[in-house]
Design a protein around this ligand. Structure first.
Ligand code: NAD
Length: 432
């Protein structure tokens, strides 16, 4: 099957590599010519575990190519997948549709023969209808079906999730489009079940799911605050709760608040949509407000640990919005660093993968270390902000010798608390 994927970012690239690995012929299209030039030259443009190897294999097998020319990417495609960004509008916080609208207007000119336009970008309800209108306005002869194909991959696990999806949701009532989607996923065999629903239901499922997960995180964070005051241990509480299959054990990890490219923007977009339809969604509204406030509270926790000092040195471990990715979009770690920078502090940071991304945003406002041990050298407090697995195995004895003061604020509860306390660290974690 011939597939054009418009947008070669955190969704488009792993999806392109995934479909090409399944034997489809994929052209990844992006207007960012630098990105396309790098990919053409065999250089992967983002970090995802296992992606690079599959990328090289698919390119060598001739199943994966790249272009910044929309015509070249879509004119032969049986299915065009949209994976462009839908960032929050800076003022209204609604999903900004400028990239979707521009991409649809352009691709409409070049679709050729019956083509399914599958929308993987997270978009407000009714976008499928709007896309159909744009296509028919631009090219009245276009023979297309627009379907919703929301993406559920987790950054950091994109390759795993592509090959082991929990679910594939397809929003369409066109039998012809449905047949084509079945063909797209045919290489998975019995492994995947596709749930076919109305296009508007499919568009809603994505937001409803992300908002629910965001609320679950907010809930356990509030429970963690309660445990700190009441003398309970949030991990024991979460474990006990998670044994109830109606609740489930996932997403009950307390931390500095959710972030990343999806939850903040999707909760905001959901709240905006609900307001538009005149529906009250107080749970989501509260989650957004409290989650924003949590980053400031977490920064205060770090500052409190050095409040007796003038211009303390703060060693920050982790800048990505979560472990396993180089993505810093709406990263709680980055927001906490920005909060800390409002005070007279000296920050030195290390992240295994996100240093280049973070450096583009923070520039020389902070210093950067080559590894975790360099970061903690002469530091007055160590703040763990991202849950990188590598940090778990750090040698705490060595860290104690390197630091100026033995203080840890572990906002991911990642380090071995008992060991840290035994070594004489003043250790502050979350929820216990
Ligand atoms: P991204 O910013 O990483 O990538 C988007 C790409 O689209 C960029 O490379 C950009 O240059 C390109 N682009 C924009 N307009 C274009 C146009 N007109 N023509 C060609 N290329 C164009 O974004 P992302 O994280 O991959 O997210 C894409 C969509 O998928 C968003 O709607 C997001 O909400 C959704 N989503 C993301 C994730 C995730 O984990 N990142 C998960 C599920 C869903």
């Amino acid at each position: 099957m011939k597939i054009g994927i418009v947008g070669t970012g955190y969704v488009g690239l792993p999806s392109g590599v995934g479909f090409a690995s399944l034997g489809h012929d994929v052209v990844c299209i992006d207007m960012d010519t630098e990105k396309i030039d790098a990919l053409k030259a065999g250089k992967i443009t983002l970090f995802e575990d296992g992606l690079e190897e599959l990328f090289h294999k698919s390119v060598s097998a001739g199943h994966l190519t790249f272009t910044s020319d929309m015509k070249e990417g879509v004119e032969n495609a049986d299915i065009v997948i949209l994976a462009v960004g839908t960032p929050p509008h800076p003022v209204t916080k609604e999903a900004d549709m400028k990239y979707i609208n521009a991409a649809v207007r352009e691709l409409a000119l070049y679709v050729n023969g019956y083509t399914v336009i599958a929308n993987k970008s997270t978009v407000p309800v009714g976008t499928g209808d709007a896309m159909e209108k744009i296509i028919h306005d631009v090219n009245p002869d276009a023979d297309v079906d627009v379907i919703s194909l929301p993406e559920f991959l987790r950054e950091g696990f994109a390759v795993h999730d592509f090959f082991n999806p929990d679910r594939i949701i397809v929003g369409s009532d066109s039998p012809k489009a449905i047949e084509r989607v079945k063909e797209l996923y045919a290489p998975f065999g019995e492994k995947v079940d596709i749930l076919f629903v109305k296009r508007r239901s499919s568009e809603t499922i994505k937001y409803a799911s992300n908002a629910f997960l965001a609320m679950k995180i907010h809930y356990i964070n509030e429970m963690a605050d309660f445990c700190e005051k009441s003398g309970a241990d949030v991990y024991e509480v979460a474990k006990g709760m998670g044994l109830d299959t109606r609740i489930g054990s996932k997403f009950l990890n307390p931390g500095p608040g959710y972030g990343g490219s999806c939850f903040p923007k999707d909760t905001n977009a959901m709240a905006c949509m609900a307001r538009k339809y005149g529906v009250e969604m107080s749970l989501i509204e509260t989650t957004i407000l409290k989650n924003d406030a949590r980053k400031t509270q977490m920064a205060e926790r770090v500052l409190n640990s050095v409040k007796d000092m003038e211009r303390p040195v703060i060693a920050v471990l982790g800048l990505a919005f979560k472990g396993g990715t180089d993505d810093c979009r709406e990263s709680p770690a980055m927001e906490i660093v920005s909060e800390l920078l409002k005070h007279d502090v000296d920050i030195i940071a290390y992240d295994p993968k996100a240093m280049p991304t973070a450096q583009k945003i923070l520039g020389n406002k902070i210093r950067y270390a080559d590894d975790a041990y360099q970061a903690v050298q002469n530091a007055d407090v160590l703040a763990v902000l991202t849950e990188w697995r590598d940090f778990k195995s750090l040698d705490l004895e060595k860290i104690k010798l390197l630091m100026n003061r033995a203080k840890i604020v572990d906002l991911r509860n990642l380090l071995d608390k008992e060991k840290a306390v035994h070594l004489g660290f003043d250790y502050v974690g979350i929820g216990r």
